[in-house]
Design a protein around this ligand. Structure first.
Ligand code: PHE
Length: 346
């Protein structure tokens, strides 16, 4: 139905718009549909322009435009007001007495836990952490470490070579860090090198083709076997308790002379220790020895002036012993059910 007086109609709408208040988003939407929607109330008024006398047509057009802009401005204003009131309602409704959402914390991997513990122990007596590449060349992994091509000791460690390469391999031990450090630093050298190593071994509950070691290297003037023994005893007592007993058994590594393996006494009192030590009470923890003079010379260190000791600690076995882990493969499967058991261990 056409209104008799479109001029008055416009004035009425303008005052209606100016007096509008919207409580919520639904009311705002009703306002929008009424004044700005595709079937808004302004359109039919504009259609009445043909009934307006010619000399006032322009004025009428301006008036309709004014109505439109008043509606748009009011809509923007109402929209802001509603947004603000919703926000403040949300803040007012916070119940501060509610318990907090549970915070899911990650956990350290048992291998990292043991590795970090070992690093801490040696850093306390001045060893500095050195990290090196896992893809190594033959020279740093074997040749420099007194293990030339035809050396039978190469068979001790089944090596993964990179495809089509005789020179590049996945390091078989962290001893490769020894040659890296000795060729780039001057003695005195006192480093600890944690990292992952690889050997082409059959995967079972007790062995894997990847595992971790922490290498130690100490080179200075007049370093003796007694220095090594004392350092390793300190380590064992920090790691396994102040009363811990160790023993060094003669062994063989191409890069150390003499070489030894260190066992820690676990006792035979409980079932767990007996199983772990195959009934002997002694657990093999690391390989060690005095750095072979050939290794020093290969790395351009004067073997007449300097001597040193080195050791390599296997991590997985310690972690399995410490946390009672029955299968080495669990350490590499990243099963959350396994890992989350360590979330309370620091
Ligand atoms: N690299 C030896 C191994 O992987 C361990 C070792 C390190 C022995 C340093 C002596 C000295 O078995």
């Amino acid at each position: 139905m056409m209104a008799d007086n479109p001029w008055k109609e416009i004035e009425d709408y303008i005052s209606e718009i100016n007096n509008s208040v919207c409580e919520d988003a639904a009311a705002l939407e009703t306002f929008r549909i009424r004044f700005l929607g595709s079937k808004n109330v302004v359109k039919p008024i504009f259609g009445q322009i043909r009934n307006i006398e010619n000399e006032r047509k322009k004025e009428f057009g301006q008036k309709v435009n004014e109505l439109k802009s008043v509606a748009e401005a009011k809509y923007a204003e109402l929209e802001i007001a509603i947004k603000q009131s919703t926000k403040s309602a949300a803040t007012q409704n916070i119940d501060l007495s509610l318990p907090a959402e549970p915070f899911k914390q990650g956990s350290r991997h048992p291998v990292s836990l043991v590795m970090n513990r070992i690093i801490d122990i040696f850093e306390k007596i001045g060893f500095v952490t050195a990290e090196e590449r896992e893809i190594e060349d033959d020279w740093h992994n074997f040749t420099a470490m007194n293990t030339p091509d035809d050396h039978p000791a190469r068979d001790m460690q089944d090596t993964f070579y990179l495809k089509d390469s005789v020179n590049y391999l996945l390091r078989t031990h962290t001893s490769s860090v020894q040659s890296r450090v000795m060729t780039s630093q001057e003695p005195p050298i006192r480093i600890i090198a944690p990292g992952r190593v690889y050997r082409n071994e059959t995967i079972s509950a007790r062995s894997h083709c990847q595992f971790h070691q922490v290498e130690g290297l100490f080179i200075d003037e007049n370093v003796s076997f007694a220095d090594m023994k004392q350092t390793l005893l300190y380590f064992a007592r920090e790691m396994y308790g102040p009363e811990t007993k160790i023993r060094l058994r003669p062994s063989y590594f191409p890069f150390t002379e003499p070489s030894a393996e260190m066992d820690v006494f676990m006792g035979t009192a409980d079932e767990k220790s007996r199983k772990l030590t195959k009934g002997t009470g002694w657990l093999e923890v690391l390989g060690c020895g005095m750095v072979d003079p050939n290794v020093l010379e290969n790395c351009n260190i004067d073997s007449k002036k300097y001597s040193g000791f080195a050791f390599g600690i296997g991590i997985e076995r310690s972690a399995m012993q410490k946390y009672d882990i029955g299968d080495i493969r669990w350490l590499f499967e990243n099963d959350v059910r396994f890992l989350k058991q360590f979330s309370t261990v620091i």
